[in-house]
Design a protein. Structure first.
Length: 278
């Protein structure tokens, strides 16, 4: 089994695989872990590898220092705009779509449990990436904010979908339009966070949850994710029942530690958008 630190090609993203848990750490604490182009490209590559690596049984995403992720790198984007390094609109849109699928899309759809560990602010695209994960644990001092309205953006990385699924469309509209801060206790009450713990307990509690997921029945987990995703999109009870029957019986013929089937979805690319913490 692969163990230890993994070279991501950039200092902006750290990767470590230990006892089946792949931990990906946004590592730009001086910028509140804002998403650089190098970070996004490395994140997409690491998630692509994790999806098909049988040694990876759970993926954890977190941030170094006192933040999860402040969203896109506003300064870098401003520098690009100032220097006039423009690309055709169609190219920018295509790049953004590919990048979103390779990061948020893959975290949400990969047939393995994903956990966001949130030590501090999660804003803009950073919040979207956290919401893309299956589960979230927050420090009691952390907060969430959509932030997009404050910089004149509509939102990206799937946040509108994930937020609407978790809190309902009316509350999602409020949180997007007003961009107010959501404290950890409120996030837990709304269902945006599964657990809230004291800052000093976050690392240990997150490790316990991740290890429990990594030690669990991976094939069953993958089918649970597919069943739950289908439940959100299908209005036909028989459709959901038939899928459950197929998956349930198939699980009975597999070993608990067997690697899950690979999702047919394939994502790649790199891009970013910007978000402040205000």
């Amino acid at each position: 089994m692969t163990q230890g630190m993994i070279d991501t090609g950039t200092d902006h993203l750290l990767s470590n695989l230990t006892e089946g848990v792949l931990t990906l750490t946004f590592n730009r604490p001086e910028a509140r872990n804002a998403l650089s182009g190098d970070l996004l490209q490395a994140l997409g590559t690491q998630l692509s590898d994790a999806e098909i690596n049988p040694d990876v049984r759970c993926v954890v995403v977190t941030g170094s220092g006192n933040a999860f992720c402040a969203g896109g790198d506003v300064k870098a984007m401003s520098d690009v705009n100032t220097k006039g390094a423009a690309s055709p609109l169609e190219t920018l849109i295509h790049r953004q779509r590919l990048n979103q699928r390779s990061t948020s899309g893959r975290l949400n759809k990969m047939p393995k449990p994903t956990l966001a560990v949130i030590p501090g602010p999660a804003a803009g695209a950073g919040l979207s990436i956290a919401l893309a994960c299956d589960l979230r644990i927050m420090s009691s001092t952390a907060f969430m904010t959509t932030a997009f309205a404050k910089v004149g953006f509509s939102g990206d990385y799937g946040g509108t979908l994930f937020m609407s699924q978790l809190v309902g469309t009316a509350k999602a509209r409020e949180l997007y339009f007003l961009s107010e801060r959501i404290g950890a206790e409120e996030a837990e009450r709304l269902g945006l966070a599964n657990w809230v713990v004291a800052p000093e307990d976050l690392e240990q509690r997150a490790a316990e949850i991740a290890q429990k997921l990594a030690s669990g029945p991976t094939v069953a987990f993958s089918y649970m994710k597919e069943n739950l995703a289908r439940a959100l999109t299908s209005a036909d009870v028989h459709d959901c029942l038939d899928l459950e029957a197929s998956h349930h019986i198939h699980c009975g013929g597999t070993a608990p530690t067997q690697s899950p089937p690979i999702s047919p979805s394939s994502f790649s690319g790199a891009a970013m958008v910007a978000f402040p913490l205000l």
